[in-house]
Design a protein. Structure first.
Length: 92
């Protein structure tokens, strides 16, 4: 079996690549869109609660999550193919 690369600061190489992809992606969206995505996809909050907080409709929150998730998958396909399948199995 191939040896797994050592982690850096407690992060696996895959986590480090994903963190890099997220930082690249974050710069491509306005802060409110990014916050809506992050709160729904990562924190698991409801679109209704996020919308009330960010002055957005629930539909706009879901659209923001969809757009960011789609762009994340595209970025991973292009630049981080080893993570693309993982994101597809565990959608944001």
């Amino acid at each position: 079996e191939a040896e797994q690369p050592a982690s850096v600061d407690g992060q696996t190489p895959q986590q480090m690549l994903l963190r890099g992809a997220i930082e690249i992606l974050k710069e491509q969206f306005d802060p409110r869109t990014w916050q809506a995505f992050w709160d729904m996809a990562v924190k698991g909050r409801s679109a209704k609660d996020i919308g009330a907080e960010l002055n957005m409709t629930s539909k706009a929150v879901r659209q923001a999550k969809f757009r960011v998730t789609k762009k994340l998958r595209q970025l991973l396909d292009d630049d981080f193919p080893e993570l693309s399948e993982q994101v597809s199995r565990n959608p944001a």
